[in-house]
Design a protein around this ligand. Sequence first.
Ligand code: G16
Ligand code: MG
Length: 220
Amino acid sequence: KKVGFIFDLDGVIVDTAKYHYLAWRKLANELGFEFSKEQNELFKGVSRKRCLEILLDIGKIKATQEQFDTWMIDKNVDYLAYIEKMDAKEILPDVPRVLEYLKKKNIPIALGSASKNARPILEKVNLVSYFDSIVDGNSVTKAKPDPEVFLIAANNLGVNASSCIVFEDAVAGIQAANSAKMTSIGIGDSDILDEASYNFKDFTEISDSFLESLLSKKSK
Ligand code: G16
Ligand code: MG
């Protein structure tokens, strides 16, 4: 059976969470309240719109539709200024090795991200060519933990959902992969991502022999 791999973006391929944080914090400060790194954890894997809703809850701010739309744009403009300065040095350790390993074996690879900025980020870090399909926040109607983003990715790769393996750093992403009946690999804190099929701190812990054994198991 044909096997496919799906990578989340933020927290898996690059650490853009820090830039999201700085942009959300700036907006919070402008609106007159603090926004901590701990609170930013809630934003991982969550859509931009949902992030702003949570942020306004934290600040106890009621917004008109017009204000809401303006703040979404303001935050993204600030975020894009950080993205503009990104380069390949920001790729998380050993991600290129794993991508290269899969590419050499002709395994189809997709991106499955909540971000509407996924493509420009992949371009900035020079990884676009590894992806046979890029499914991002522009292509989905339902956010993670809904499996939509991963199901579209599997479909684009021409691989059965149950033959896909997903790398995710967010609880909502692991849940999305699980409900799509995919094999989920948690990247990060195994206590937080305890619903994943496998857990690793980062890609340096994922050996070629682990990938090999996963491939032979999944292709049966
Ligand atoms: C990422 C981040 C989220 C962010 C979302 C939308 O998800 O983890 O914090 O809110 O994308 O990003 P944008 O504002 O660029 O559309 P993922 O799925 O790549 O981890
Ligand atoms: Mg993520």
